[in-house]
Design a protein around this ligand. Sequence first.
Ligand SMILES: [Zn+2]
Length: 318
Amino acid sequence: MATTQFTRKTLGGDPTEPALTPPPPTPQTAFVRKPKISSGRSRKREIPEGLWTKCPKCETMVFDKELDENIKVCPKCQYHFPIGARERIHSLVETCSFEEMDTDMTSVDVLGFKGVATYTSKLAAYQKATNLKDAVVTGFGRIGPHSVALGVMDFGFLGGSMGSVVGEKITRLIERATARQRPLVIISTSGGARMYEGMFSLMQMAKTAAALAYHAQARLPYISVLTHPTTAGVMASYASLGDLILAEPGAMIGFAGPRVIKDTTQAELPPGFQTAEFLLDHGLIDAIVPRKEMKTRLIEYLDYLTAGMRNGELAAKA
Ligand SMILES: [Zn+2]
């Protein structure tokens, strides 16, 4: 038996012998048919997964550890990879200064939404995968010397969509910032309103905008940071209402997607349409700030914006 197999092996690749499929691997045949080199190669192919990430812009393979140390920015071409809410907060606030609010607030399936998957099952899956309850983390923390109300969205949770929890958490953050006389910083990334909650998602736009009006009335500064991508309902509410609007380089920012706009207007869109750089040129954004400079620049801006209060109410309440 073994002899015939050896004979067949030497004839391997002969098209007239279609029955030459490998026999079940007994230790002996495995040794003959699968030289060590090939098994070594396949193992090598498996190693990069989870250790290296290919940069979509410059196509360099970046070591994941290096990417993490560089707050998810490609060290070669400065491409900004998506970053989770907690990781971003960690990159901005002083160690141990962040106090999270409304940690257990979770969405309810008010519409009894059933599609390919139910809303309840989607929520459970994303909560497990991201270790977040919903698409935003809010709280108070210190950025440099400034105690601020900070809200950070996470695109990894259902595309950073705004449902009633995101809206409520942002609104509570703004209201508490007003009550405590604190500047507000919200870092947005979102695909828009959450379709699973229908009208309840859309209501959040008015709610957050109204809370911001009270915050502004109290003469407190609000810095909105737009990251890739910030679109639709979020862009059309609190994200575009900052006293100062910053954006990360290359971020896609807009209301409707480019294809929808093109189909509706029947016009060619200008090059670079809906990028942070285009919107800076057209006056919607005040500055483009690379992620690595975000903390220092936020401190600088907060210095300016709170200058009038430093010796007054803010200092007294700090
Ligand atoms: Zn790159």
